[in-house]
Design a protein around this ligand. Structure first.
Ligand code: SF4
Length: 296
């Protein structure tokens, strides 16, 4: 049996096998969407049968950055916006490792936006989960890159004059080969999407809608969430870049109009990952770099 279990799920795992002593309990606020991400990620790791020593979880700075404190695997709590370059380096050094990076919308689309674009462009084989609550939560509610226009905060008391960033469209134009959106209020869909994203060979980006009831009281979590794969209203081919682009535009237009669409937007299973490309042209050995260094 996998060493992972969903929150509250019974497991026959010896709790002392990997972490002597007590496991830390999440300190997120009651009702925070981050609990949904943790539950979905644990469920996905359990479904994939991953053990803690087969996985690395890199996080940025923010409430989301605490994720690896509550998750049993190798972890690296990095600096602001920098989870991706560290995750990329780890994957190149040890291609056998399952690498997941995570951070908030401020961390990933703002401070680390450049790393996001280039990780997608280079198609590194990893999964990037962005907790998108449209706010800087840890630092007490400032406007973030995904805050909707007109959103009032301490930093924009008269309402934001900026258009929000469109993460799905940015991801597609940057070159990500798996792009999905899911939500903390739908942990079953979220778990399925994380499983697919981890299994995908290339850069998989999940825009994970979370709620911050402490600093962003906009009640988006209570509007209907529609899975585009389950609805007859959204018939498109998510392996076709043009159709995916149009579906993303519709989704991002609708987000602040009362309809939240989620699902798999783009899947390119043909494109080789960065590591594969490097091995093909002979710039990287077949065996993991880490083994080379550690064997000497
Ligand atoms: Fe969650 Fe917001 Fe509390 Fe941070 S401040 S733990 S994002 S509810």
């Amino acid at each position: 049996m996998s060493a992972f279990s969903a929150i509250g799920e019974e497991t026959d795992k010896d709790q002392n096998e990997f972490t002597p002593g007590l496991e830390p309990q999440p300190t997120w606020c009651p009702g925070c969407g981050d609990f949904g991400v943790l539950k979905a990620l644990k469920g996905a790791a359990a479904e994939l049968g991953l053990s803690p020593d087969e996985m690395l979880l890199c996080t940025g700075i923010g409430c989301s950055g605490k994720l690896n404190s509550y998750f049993e695997s190798y972890g690296f709590h990095t600096i602001h916006g920098r989870s991706l370059p560290i995750a990329r380096a780890a994957k190149l050094a040890n291609p056998g490792l399952t690498v997941v990076a995570a951070g908030g919308d401020g961390d990933g689309y703002g401070i680390g936006g450049n790393h996001f674009m280039h990780s997608a462009r280079e198609n590194h084989d990893m999964t990037y989960i962005v907790f998108n609550n449209e706010i800087f939560g840890l630092t007490k509610g400032q406007t973030s890159p995904t805050s909707p226009k007109g959103h009032k905060s301490k930093t924009q008391p008269h309402g934001s004059a900026k258009e929000p960033l469109r993460p799905l469209s940015l991801s597609l134009t940057s070159g990500a080969s798996y792009i999905a959106r899911t939500a903390a209020v739908n942990p079953n869909q979220a778990k399925e999407i994380i499983v697919e994203a981890i299994e995908h060979d290339g850069f998989s980006h999940i825009d994970f809608l979370t709620q911050c009831p402490t600093w962003n009281k906009d009640a988006r979590q209570y509007v209907p969430y529609i899975d585009i794969q389950d609805s007859d209203d959204y018939d498109f081919d998510n392996t076709d870049r043009r159709e995916a682009s149009e579906m993303m535009a519709e989704t991002e237009d609708a987000l602040h109009e009362g309809t939240v669409l989620t699902g798999r937007y783009y899947v390119d299973s043909e494109r080789p990952s960065y590591g594969q490309e490097k091995r093909t042209i002979g710039e990287m050995p077949e065996e993991p770099l880490a083994e080379r260094y550690f064997d000497d």
